[in-house]
Design a protein around this ligand. Structure first.
Ligand code: HEC
Length: 147
Protein backbone atom coordinates (compact mmCIF):
# COMPACT_ATOMS: atom_id res chain seq x y z
CA UNK A 1 0.00 0.00 0.00
CA UNK A 2 1.46 3.36 -0.85
CA UNK A 3 1.38 6.27 1.55
CA UNK A 4 -1.48 8.03 -0.17
CA UNK A 5 -3.73 4.99 0.04
CA UNK A 6 -2.85 4.48 3.69
CA UNK A 7 -3.70 8.02 4.65
CA UNK A 8 -6.95 7.88 2.68
CA UNK A 9 -7.92 4.73 4.55
CA UNK A 10 -7.05 6.32 7.90
CA UNK A 11 -9.02 9.42 6.99
CA UNK A 12 -12.07 7.35 6.08
CA UNK A 13 -11.86 5.53 9.41
CA UNK A 14 -11.58 8.77 11.37
CA UNK A 15 -14.44 10.41 9.53
CA UNK A 16 -16.64 7.36 10.00
CA UNK A 17 -15.87 7.14 13.69
CA UNK A 18 -16.32 10.87 14.13
CA UNK A 19 -19.75 10.79 12.62
CA UNK A 20 -20.94 7.85 14.70
CA UNK A 21 -19.61 9.60 17.78
CA UNK A 22 -21.32 12.89 16.96
CA UNK A 23 -24.70 11.32 16.23
CA UNK A 24 -24.80 9.52 19.58
CA UNK A 25 -23.88 12.53 21.69
CA UNK A 26 -26.67 14.15 23.71
CA UNK A 27 -25.62 17.60 22.48
CA UNK A 28 -26.04 16.48 18.85
CA UNK A 29 -29.33 14.74 19.56
CA UNK A 30 -30.92 17.70 21.28
CA UNK A 31 -29.67 20.06 18.57
CA UNK A 32 -31.15 17.74 15.94
CA UNK A 33 -34.51 17.87 17.76
CA UNK A 34 -34.38 21.68 17.82
CA UNK A 35 -33.54 21.70 14.12
CA UNK A 36 -36.63 19.57 13.48
CA UNK A 37 -38.70 21.98 15.56
CA UNK A 38 -37.21 24.94 13.69
CA UNK A 39 -37.91 23.33 10.32
CA UNK A 40 -41.51 22.63 11.29
CA UNK A 41 -41.99 26.22 12.42
CA UNK A 42 -40.59 27.27 9.04
CA UNK A 43 -43.25 25.24 7.26
CA UNK A 44 -45.99 26.79 9.37
CA UNK A 45 -44.46 30.22 8.77
CA UNK A 46 -44.54 29.78 5.01
CA UNK A 47 -48.27 29.07 5.20
CA UNK A 48 -48.93 31.89 7.67
CA UNK A 49 -47.15 34.34 5.37
CA UNK A 50 -48.99 33.06 2.32
CA UNK A 51 -45.81 31.83 0.65
CA UNK A 52 -47.34 28.39 0.52
CA UNK A 53 -51.02 27.46 0.27
CA UNK A 54 -52.75 26.10 3.38
CA UNK A 55 -52.39 22.35 3.50
CA UNK A 56 -53.91 20.39 6.39
CA UNK A 57 -51.47 17.47 6.11
CA UNK A 58 -48.42 19.76 6.20
CA UNK A 59 -49.78 21.59 9.24
CA UNK A 60 -50.58 18.37 11.06
CA UNK A 61 -47.15 16.87 10.40
CA UNK A 62 -45.35 20.06 11.44
CA UNK A 63 -47.30 20.50 14.69
CA UNK A 64 -47.03 16.78 15.56
CA UNK A 65 -43.26 16.94 14.99
CA UNK A 66 -43.04 19.95 17.32
CA UNK A 67 -45.08 18.19 20.00
CA UNK A 68 -43.05 14.97 19.90
CA UNK A 69 -39.66 16.68 19.62
CA UNK A 70 -40.39 19.07 22.49
CA UNK A 71 -41.46 16.16 24.68
CA UNK A 72 -38.24 14.26 23.95
CA UNK A 73 -35.94 17.30 24.10
CA UNK A 74 -35.28 17.47 27.89
CA UNK A 75 -34.23 13.80 27.91
CA UNK A 76 -30.96 14.78 26.26
CA UNK A 77 -29.36 16.81 29.04
CA UNK A 78 -27.49 14.21 31.12
CA UNK A 79 -24.77 15.29 33.53
CA UNK A 80 -21.54 15.69 31.58
CA UNK A 81 -23.20 17.22 28.52
CA UNK A 82 -23.09 20.79 29.89
CA UNK A 83 -20.35 21.75 27.47
CA UNK A 84 -18.81 20.50 24.27
CA UNK A 85 -19.92 19.93 20.71
CA UNK A 86 -20.66 23.63 20.32
CA UNK A 87 -23.65 23.41 22.65
CA UNK A 88 -25.64 26.57 23.25
CA UNK A 89 -27.31 25.08 26.31
CA UNK A 90 -27.05 27.39 29.32
CA UNK A 91 -25.65 26.06 32.62
CA UNK A 92 -28.91 27.37 34.12
CA UNK A 93 -30.66 24.28 32.69
CA UNK A 94 -28.92 21.98 35.16
CA UNK A 95 -29.70 24.35 38.05
CA UNK A 96 -33.40 24.58 37.15
CA UNK A 97 -34.08 21.22 35.51
CA UNK A 98 -37.72 21.07 36.69
CA UNK A 99 -38.52 24.49 35.24
CA UNK A 100 -36.64 23.67 32.04
CA UNK A 101 -38.65 20.47 31.64
CA UNK A 102 -41.88 22.36 32.33
CA UNK A 103 -41.05 24.83 29.55
CA UNK A 104 -40.43 21.98 27.12
CA UNK A 105 -43.70 20.33 28.20
CA UNK A 106 -45.55 23.61 27.69
CA UNK A 107 -44.44 23.72 24.05
CA UNK A 108 -45.48 20.11 23.63
CA UNK A 109 -48.92 20.57 25.22
CA UNK A 110 -49.51 23.83 23.33
CA UNK A 111 -48.76 21.91 20.13
CA UNK A 112 -51.23 19.21 21.23
CA UNK A 113 -53.86 21.91 21.84
CA UNK A 114 -53.28 23.22 18.31
CA UNK A 115 -53.71 19.69 16.96
CA UNK A 116 -56.94 19.24 18.91
CA UNK A 117 -58.52 22.21 17.16
CA UNK A 118 -56.66 22.01 13.87
CA UNK A 119 -56.02 25.33 12.12
CA UNK A 120 -58.13 25.41 9.00
CA UNK A 121 -56.74 28.38 7.09
CA UNK A 122 -53.85 30.79 6.75
CA UNK A 123 -55.05 33.03 9.59
CA UNK A 124 -55.47 30.26 12.13
CA UNK A 125 -52.05 28.84 11.22
CA UNK A 126 -50.71 32.31 11.98
CA UNK A 127 -52.37 32.25 15.41
CA UNK A 128 -50.94 28.82 16.17
CA UNK A 129 -47.52 30.05 15.11
CA UNK A 130 -47.74 32.93 17.58
CA UNK A 131 -48.71 30.65 20.47
CA UNK A 132 -45.91 28.19 19.74
CA UNK A 133 -43.40 30.93 18.94
CA UNK A 134 -43.89 32.50 22.36
CA UNK A 135 -42.80 29.21 23.94
CA UNK A 136 -39.56 29.21 21.92
CA UNK A 137 -38.74 32.72 23.07
CA UNK A 138 -39.47 32.09 26.75
CA UNK A 139 -37.20 29.08 26.91
CA UNK A 140 -34.42 30.44 24.71
CA UNK A 141 -34.21 33.58 26.80
CA UNK A 142 -33.73 31.60 29.99
CA UNK A 143 -31.81 28.57 28.78
CA UNK A 144 -30.10 29.12 25.44
CA UNK A 145 -26.78 30.88 25.29
CA UNK A 146 -26.48 33.69 22.80
CA UNK A 147 -23.68 33.01 20.35
C1 HEC B 1 -37.54 24.00 26.83
C2 HEC B 1 -36.68 24.98 26.21
C3 HEC B 1 -36.78 25.27 24.73
C4 HEC B 1 -37.92 25.47 23.97
C5 HEC B 1 -39.36 25.45 24.42
C6 HEC B 1 -37.45 25.72 22.63
N1 HEC B 1 -36.07 25.67 22.58
FE1 HEC B 1 -34.92 25.83 20.90
N2 HEC B 1 -33.23 25.49 22.02
C7 HEC B 1 -33.21 25.30 23.39
C8 HEC B 1 -31.85 25.05 23.81
C9 HEC B 1 -31.39 24.77 25.24
C10 HEC B 1 -31.04 25.09 22.66
C11 HEC B 1 -29.52 24.83 22.58
C12 HEC B 1 -29.27 23.32 22.47
C13 HEC B 1 -27.80 22.97 22.40
O1 HEC B 1 -27.06 23.64 21.65
O2 HEC B 1 -27.39 22.01 23.07
C14 HEC B 1 -31.95 25.38 21.54
C15 HEC B 1 -31.56 25.49 20.22
C16 HEC B 1 -32.40 25.77 19.16
C17 HEC B 1 -32.00 25.85 17.79
C18 HEC B 1 -30.57 25.66 17.26
C19 HEC B 1 -30.35 24.17 17.00
C20 HEC B 1 -28.93 23.91 16.47
O3 HEC B 1 -28.78 23.88 15.26
O4 HEC B 1 -28.01 23.76 17.29
C21 HEC B 1 -33.12 26.15 17.04
C22 HEC B 1 -33.21 26.33 15.54
C23 HEC B 1 -34.22 26.23 17.97
N3 HEC B 1 -33.76 25.99 19.26
C24 HEC B 1 -35.52 26.53 17.59
C25 HEC B 1 -36.61 26.51 18.47
C26 HEC B 1 -37.96 26.84 18.08
C27 HEC B 1 -38.39 27.28 16.69
C28 HEC B 1 -38.73 26.68 19.19
C29 HEC B 1 -40.21 26.87 19.37
C30 HEC B 1 -41.13 26.22 18.46
C31 HEC B 1 -37.85 26.27 20.28
N4 HEC B 1 -36.58 26.21 19.81
C32 HEC B 1 -38.28 26.00 21.57
C33 HEC B 1 -34.29 25.32 24.23
C34 HEC B 1 -35.62 25.41 23.85
Amino acid sequence: MNLKRVSTAVMALCLGAGMAFAAGEPQAERQALMKKIGGSMGELGAIAKGQKPYDAATVKTAVSTISASAKDFPNHFPAGSETGMDTAASPAIWQNMADFKAKAMKLSTDADTVLASMPTDQASVGQALQTLGADCGTCHQAYRLKR
